[in-house]
Design a binder for this molecule. Structure first.
Ligand SMILES: *Cc1c(COP(=O)(O)O)cnc(C)c1O
Length: 424
């Protein structure tokens, strides 16, 4: 083993350090494996129940009428997420598009959208019109209201009650912290918020942005009262195999509303050729519980390695996990760059390129990104990014296998050791 790691330039000291941290967290790995086992059964059962067969793998072209594979895939998703219906399409280009489709489809002029748990993910600011943008919900006469979290990361229940009014039509809750510092919400916590909202306005539509949360717990937010859960197929549920796509799972009413927005009124979910990727989307879903488990283990290993070296980690080395994202605050630009170089050097694809900070459009500082992925932009694959500004925090996630994530951590630590950026 030492010789194999030596081929990557990893020293014995780094190997031993990482292995000693890994040895401390075996119990947590057992718990992750238990959730993985449950979710693997959930997925297989859904495939069996819907009588998935080889005939479903044939794709369609053109209009895509009567695409039995696509329809079966959607029924399987609906069963996995315990919803009445689902829209799972290659024509949904990304997570933001899935969320925008769910929002535009279920809101009408004069309605109000409420975010009861703080600012939504960056890319939704332009969808909603928080930042002025062409074609935003705001331009279509949909107003927006937001209730920020309390300073301890809890929900501000009195303010939420106050904010719900006769115009409130849809309430959007983001499960993952994304690239914020607040804690990620457990499904349980989301369930409590939903129950509170239902007391005030039972008929309101509740949507959960489920990105990065799928298969991390046994339950999904759709099992605790959400009308819709929405996400990207190049994150958790695509299992690293999906080459494109997004999903919306929810009530029949919500899904039909989203479908006529995705295609057109009158056509809805009837059109949309699967172009031969149904097989890959299904195989990705089949792998997803295992892939998510590997990514979670990698994130926990990272927190245990870097916290013990004196860097603050969110979530920390001990706390329970509700998404796959790990933030590590390194305090200096040099360490951030070295970490990202290590992630890149550990990649199966583009391992030979060196990431550099650059002035990416839409950011107020230089940003560095490391990814060597089979699917471009896929963040269920091992990837890291960081704005080059205080507090010099890196956000990383993924790894299609645990051992790849572990290699990434070892390589990143080795890069820092090589540059004398660590004291141990
Ligand atoms: C990734 C993400 C999105 C947007 O997804 P894209 O596929 O990047 O468009 C939205 N919300 C959260 C919480 C995310 O993590």
């Amino acid at each position: 083993m030492k010789d194999m790691y030596a081929e990557f330039g990893i020293s014995e000291k780094v190997i031993e350090y990482c292995n000693s941290k890994e040895a401390l967290i075996k119990d947590r790995f057992d718990e992750i494996d238990r959730v993985c086992e449950y979710n693997q059964m959930k997925v297989i059962r859904a495939m069996q129940k819907n009588r998935l067969g080889e005939a479903h793998f044939a794709g369609t072209t053109g209009y895509g009428y009567n695409d039995i594979g696509r329809d079966c895939l959607e029924s399987i998703y609906a069963d996995c997420f315990r919803t009445e219906a689902a829209l799972v399409r290659a024509q949904i280009t990304c997570g933001t598009h899935a969320l925008a489709t769910a929002l535009f489809g279920n809101l009408r002029p004069g309605d109000e959208l409420l975010a009861p748990a703080g600012k939504p993910y960056d890319t939704l600011e332009e969808v909603i019109g928080i930042r002025p943008s062409r074609g935003s919900l705001k331009e279509y006469g949909v107003s927006y209201r937001q209730v920020d979290l309390l300073s301890d990361g809890g929900f501000d229940y009195p303010a939420i009650k106050e904010a719900i009014n006769e115009k409130t039509k849809l309430i959007a809750i983001q499960r993952s912290k994304g690239y914020q510092t607040r804690p990620t919400f457990s499904v349980d916590k989301i369930g409590k918020l939903i129950a509170f909202i239902r007391e005030i306005k039972p008929e309101v539509t509740i949507m959960v942005d489920n990105c990065y949360g799928e298969f991390v717990e046994e339950k999904e937010p759709s099992e605790v009262g959400a009308d819709m859960v929405v996400g990207s197929l190049i994150k958790n549920p695509g299992g690293g195999l999906a080459p494109i796509g997004g999903y919306i799972c929810g009530t029949k009413e919500c899904i039909e509303n989203a479908a006529v927005r995705l295609t057109t009124p009158g056509l809805g979910a009837e059109v949309g050729a699967s172009l031969g990727i149904t097989h890959t989307l299904l195989q990705g879903l089949f792998q997803a519980p295992q892939v998510v488990a590997g990514a979670l283990k990698g994130a926990i290993l990272a927190a245990n390695i870097y916290e013990s070296l004196g860097f603050s980690c969110v979530p920390d080395s001990k706390e329970s996990r509700h998404d796959i994202i790990q933030a590590i605050t390194f305090g200096t630009a040099e360490r951030v760059v070295a970490f990202c170089e290590g992630i890149q050097a550990a990649a199966p694809v583009d391992s030979f390129v060196v990431p550099e900070p650059w002035a990416m459009p839409g950011y107020d500082s230089d940003v560095i990104m490391a990814a060597g992925a089979f699917i471009s932009g896929s963040s269920i694959e091992l990837s890291a990014d960081a704005p080059i500004k205080p507090p010099y925090a890196v956000y990383f996630q993924g790894g299609l296998t645990y051992y790849h994530a572990k290699l990434g951590m070892m390589m990143s630590l080795q890069k820092m050791v090589d540059k004398n950026l660590i004291s141990w």
